[in-house]
Structures are given as structure tokens and as C-alpha cells.
Design a protein around this ligand. Structure first.
Ligand SMILES: [Zn+2]
Length: 188
């Protein structure tokens, strides 16, 4: 495995040739928004370009599925930091069609873990600790419902400032089309 060493080699010229100068920004985003989207490689640039955003415009959090799965996990914590400490005034949750996490079934992944040496005992211990691995590794049937659920989890969070709108979007990675699923300006 040499990928990391190749990257670090490249970094030497990045610094020495001052290529970094094109990317130096201030800490505060140009647009006061945080975007939560999937880690899908197809969306690395498209989630930005499809909305006319450029490097440095917003805070961007990516995880598998672009979902909020736990109220006290690092994604929600990042949203709260963005809102309370970094001046963010709007939250956008973006799901996407053809999502690898959405299609995730726990069983094949658990099988893969066992094949790579995670013992049966480890799963038993987790089960006894009331950690439901199958739920945790379960994807979703409908991306729209997943986005709505994540929006709801942010809204219902006891530490969230509900004056901040939380929007829900779904993007199609094949053509860049973005659909509005939850309009956070409209309070229900
Ligand atoms: Zn995805």
C-alpha cells in the first residue's frame, strides 16, 4: 500500500510551488449555511456545483447516506457548532438517488466483517450492550423519507435553535437535478 505516500509526495510540491494560495480562505463561510450530504464520490463536486456554490461558500459535512442517525453523534454536534459558533443561519440536508448507503443491508456487511476476522463473540458482546448493529447498518427504502427523518431529528433536537430553517433536498447524481423535499422557511 503506497497511496498515502504518493499523496504526501504530492503535498511537498503543493507547498513548495505555492499551489495552496488558490485555496486559502477565512474560517467564516461566505454563505451562512451548513450542508449535510452523502460521502458518495459522485457528489464531492456535484453537490456544490449543482447549487452554484464554490469552495469556501459553506460548511460541508459528509457521511454515509447524508443522514442524521444519532442525536448525539458527531454530525449533529458539527451542525450545532456551525450554528452556535460559526455563524451558520440555515441547515440543508441533501440525500441522493442511487445511494449506496440507502441500499445497504446489514447482513452482507456483517458477513464481510466476520470474513475479515471480527469474531462472533464481538457481535454477542455488542448485542448484550444493547447496541443494535443491524439497525445501525440498515439503509433506507425511500431517500425522500430519509431526508425528512433527518430534518425532523435536527428540528426536534433539544439543543437546536428552531429559528434556524432546516431544508431537505434530493439530488440526482446522473443529471444534477435537485428536488426540494422540505422547505425549511415554511413552518408547519
Ligand atoms: Zn449515498
Amino acid at each position: 500500500m503506497t497511496l498515502l505516500y504518493d499523496l504526501l509526495d504530492y503535498n511537498k510540491s503543493f507547498v513548495a510551488d505555492e499551489k495552496y494560495k488558490d485555496y486559502v480562505l477565512t474560517k467564516s463561510p461566505n454563505k451562512k449555511m451548513v450542508l449535510v450530504s452523502c460521502m458518495d464520490t459522485r457528489l464531492t463536486e456535484m453537490s456544490f456545483k449543482s447549487l452554484g456554490l464554490k469552495n469556501g461558500d459553506i460548511k460541508h459535512i459528509q457521511n454515509a447516506g447524508g443522514v442524521i442517525s444519532h442525536p448525539y453523534g458527531s454530525t449533529v454536534r458539527s451542525i450545532l457548532v456551525a450554528v452556535y459558533m460559526l455563524g451558520v443561519e440555515e441547515v440543508v440536508i441533501m440525500g441522493h438517488h442511487d445511494c449506496g448507503f440507502g441500499a445497504l443491508k446489514p447482513e452482507p456487511m456483517i458477513e464481510e466483517m466476520k470474513k475479515r476476522g471480527i469474531s462472533e463473540n464481538t457481535f454477542d458482546v455488542l448485542e448484550h450492550s444493547r447496541i443494535n448493529i443491524k439497525n445501525w447498518l440498515q439503509g433506507f427504502d425511500s431517500v425522500e423519507e430519509s431526508v425528512k427523518d433527518s430534518v425532523r431529528k435536527v428540528h426536534e433536537h433539544p439543543l437546536f435553535d428552531n429559528n434556524i430553517p432546516v431544508h431537505g433536498l434530493v439530488i440526482d447524481p446522473d443529471n444534477g437535478k435537485v428536488d426540494l423535499v422540505v422547505d425549511g422557511y415554511k413552518k408547519d
